[in-house]
Write a protein that binds this ligand. Sequence first.
Ligand SMILES: NC(=O)c1ccc[n+]([C@@H]2O[C@H](COP(=O)([O-])OP(=O)(O)OC[C@H]3O[C@@H](n4cnc5c(N)ncnc54)[C@H](OP(=O)(O)O)[C@@H]3O)[C@@H](O)[C@H]2O)c1
Length: 418
Amino acid sequence: MENNTFNVAVLGAGNIGSAVVARLIDLDKGIVGLNVKKILVRDTKKARDFSKDLLTDNFDEILNDDSIDLVIEVLGGIDPGKEYIDALLKKGKAVITANKDIIADAGCDLIQTAKDNNACLYFEAAVAAGIPVLKPLIESLRGEELTKVLGIINGTSNYMLTSMEEGSSYEEALSTAQELGYAEPDPTNDVEGIDAKYKAVILSLLCFGVSPSSDELFTDGISGITKEDFEWAARLGKTIKLVAQIDNKNGFNARVHPVLINNKHPLAAIRGALNAVVVEGDNINQLVFSGPGAGSEPTASAIIGDVLSACHQLSSEQTNWYPLREFEGEMKSFEDVESSMFIRLSVNDEPGVLAKISGTFGENNVSIESVIQEGRGDKAELVLVTHEAPEKDIKNSIDQISALDSVTTVTSTLRVYV
Ligand SMILES: NC(=O)c1ccc[n+]([C@@H]2O[C@H](COP(=O)([O-])OP(=O)(O)OC[C@H]3O[C@@H](n4cnc5c(N)ncnc54)[C@H](OP(=O)(O)O)[C@@H]3O)[C@@H](O)[C@H]2O)c1
């Protein structure tokens, strides 16, 4: 810090980095004095909205500049950002990152490095970008025992599901999301739940002290969802959302998958590219955080919030981290998680079909909550909702039912949020 002004470097000046630089330059000096000293990019010749004198393509110029107090990482991808953050923290610099990939991969180690070096590490923008949800989880709620976190933490898939609820097909919803810049040309990470999985890993660490591995975190996306599923959801007073669900009651499990959710649940009202995180605990009952989960301006706002926290903390020369939560419970495998399942089947319209299907569920100890059968000529559509039962028992039932002669296809299966 020089003359009460903090020197800042930014790693990356793409979508997010350029919005952050503009906000840093414009920040009210009455709040805090900031001086943008260096900006790391790959191509220093590319036209930018700020002075070329700030640019460098050499990270060591930032790492070894002792006057730089605070570094913002917005490069994207894991390498080289992870190494850079580690090196910066070891030099005692405050680091802010928006990078969910790095924090999901190495958050626990990087927090430890920050603590060991009395340095600060912030990553508010890595989960639900514009919603300040991590700071409450890390600080305000650190003294609370949390029981459950449920979130819509991928804006692209939520945008697409909202369009489908309004009548679009999956393909139409994806194509509009791509035209509007919500979905990448290759949308796999968003539509298959992978992006939400990284964020669920971060929430698991902060809320329960567990970093589940990829294998431990069941992940399913929205690419199998159809307009017809939405029509059925509406008939049942529900909608469909891609959620990350992290429970720590009778064992810890984190998972990402679409659910049929009651229209009265707070997450049902989260439409378009918005995100929301619902946090539950015995003392707090239920807290709901919602707002924009992507976009350069909301993401830059979260980063600026972290900058302000870091400047405040830097004067104390202490890390911003309380001890992470220590997990003392038991891990529950996804197979043992109890779910209620909505199942659509196409069957031959003949006597005894329903008895065979309900018999198969019974043999697997799965009980049926409701059945609707609708004739379609010599075929019928059968829609069943089961009571909650272990995933493995429901899966066995569905495998056996799909092998029955009278069952043409299992058209769709969706977990019901209860
Ligand atoms: N988009 C969102 O809504 C959102 C929300 C939350 C978090 N984030 C996160 O924000 C981060 C940045 O995303 P973005 O969309 O701004 O990325 P981007 O547009 O691809 O920009 C990346 C920037 O980093 C620079 N860069 C990349 N690799 C480099 C290297 N090895 N050495 C030096 N410079 C390098 C690039 O330099 P050049 O300009 O020279 O190519 C570019 O300026 C990502 O981690 C993303 O997940 C994004």
